[in-house]
Design a protein around this ligand. Structure first.
Ligand code: UD1
Length: 342
């Protein structure tokens, strides 16, 4: 069975391909334009799984080029659409770049899903669609607030696009997965997040500081109304997130879905503060992290974590990796990058 993965050289895409190759007999085709990744990812996937996949360097905003991939690979049964820009801060600076890329790519993917009759779609969404919420943990029914960034708004719009599209294409089905904070790396330490520029997210910032690539980590504010004053997030291991895509596609393929477009949270349900994350890293790595407390970061929300009951009951998804596993694997990957002079 053929599965097309967009953004397959990226962070979550590559881990998902690994899970697919190790747990199913599906044939994977990947599309990526390496805007925030590298073609070398496919070598790392091969090193871990022993398998090669077919891949294309295509920009999804180019409809003709995207259609050619579907023409060359008839009979695709599932689409997983990861490819998107994802830096929150950058999206505030360059909103049109985000609307252009994230919205047009999805629009073209949906056009291809209809034109080439691909029955199943998984769309990468994000907990940022909830905006600032009053009640925690958030469930899929929590009312969406105004988003804090254009990035998050592209995910809100994306979910609506999928919903509207599926409503009029009744033979097609979709799931939008709302990721909380995916972190960590493959357990082997051979694949992880490859930031092409300075990292935006906490865990790469921690590991790059520990290895000496960055001088110092700034904790963005310690005067929030949380147990130690720093922001709370729901960190979830990238391989657990990846596994949810395999379960999601199986669920769609087995025709179990009641609604034609369903939305599911992917988080562990545990809220962790920034200082707790730093402590976990220091414990598992044995490294002392050079950090200071700084000002709040614009657009940050104080606290968010998931109610993941729906993922458990609908997909049978149980996140298996602990915070320590997340930090240890991220640290292994950082050392691997150092070893290979990345
Ligand atoms: C945000 C989005 C998430 C999206 C991700 C993509 C929200 C709620 N979440 O995650 O959906 O997928 O961006 O990039 O909008 N921090 C520091 N110092 C640093 C870096 C981060 O203290 O150098 C803190 C932040 O203030 C935050 C936490 O660490 O409290 C996590 O930050 P980060 O990893 O950037 O993720 P989010 O902003 O939560």
């Amino acid at each position: 069975m053929k599965i097309l993965v967009t953004g397959g050289a990226g962070y979550i895409g590559s881990h998902t391909i690994i899970e697919i190759l190790q747990n199913t007999d599906w044939e994977v085709i990947s599309i990526d334009n390496y805007s925030n990744s590298s073609e070398n990812t496919y070598e790392r996937i091969k090193e871990i799984t022993g398998k090669s996949i077919k891949y294309y360097n295509v920009n999804l905003t180019d409809l003709a080029a995207t259609e050619r991939v579907f023409e060359e690979n008839p009979g695709i049964k599932g689409l997983i659409h990861f490819a998107a820009f994802k830096a929150v801060g950058e999206s505030v600076e360059k909103p049109l770049m985000y609307y252009d890329n994230n919205i047009n790519s999805l629009n073209n993917i949906l056009k291809c899903q209809a034109k080439f009759d691909v029955p199943n779609l998984i769309f990468s969404s994000s907990c940022s669609v909830y905006g600032n919420v009053e009640e925690l943990p958030v469930t899929e029914n929590t009312k969406l607030s105004k988003t804090e960034s254009p990035y998050a708004y592209t995910k809100q719009i994306g979910e609506v696009m999928v919903d509207d599209f599926i409503r009029v294409n009744k033979e097609l089905k979709a799931i939008s997965l709302r990721y909380f904070n995916p972190v960590g790396a493959h357990v082997t330490g051979l694949n992880g997040e490859l930031s092409m520029s300075k990292p935006n997210n906490l865990v790469p910032f921690i590991t790059q500081t520990a290895i000496g690539r960055l001088n110092e980590l700034t904790v963005y504010g310690n005067n929030y109304e949380t147990r130690d004053g720093t922001c709370i997030r729901d960190y979830v291991h990238v391989s657990d997130i990846a596994n949810a895509h395999v379960l999601g596609l199986k669920y769609l393929l087995e025709n179990k879905i009641e609604k034609s477009h369903d939305i599911i949270n992917l988080g562990t349900g545990n809220g962790i503060t920034v200082l707790e994350a730093i402590n976990a890293f220091e414990k598992v790595s044995g490294e002392k992290l050079n950090y200071k407390i700084g000002d709040r970061r614009e657009g940050d929300i104080a606290s968010i974590y998931a109610n993941n009951e729906k993922a458990k009951s609908v997909l049978n998804w149980i996140p298996e990796k602990s915070l320590d596993d997340m930090m240890l694997s991220a640290w292994k990957w950082e050392k691997q990058l150092e070893k290979n002079n990345f």
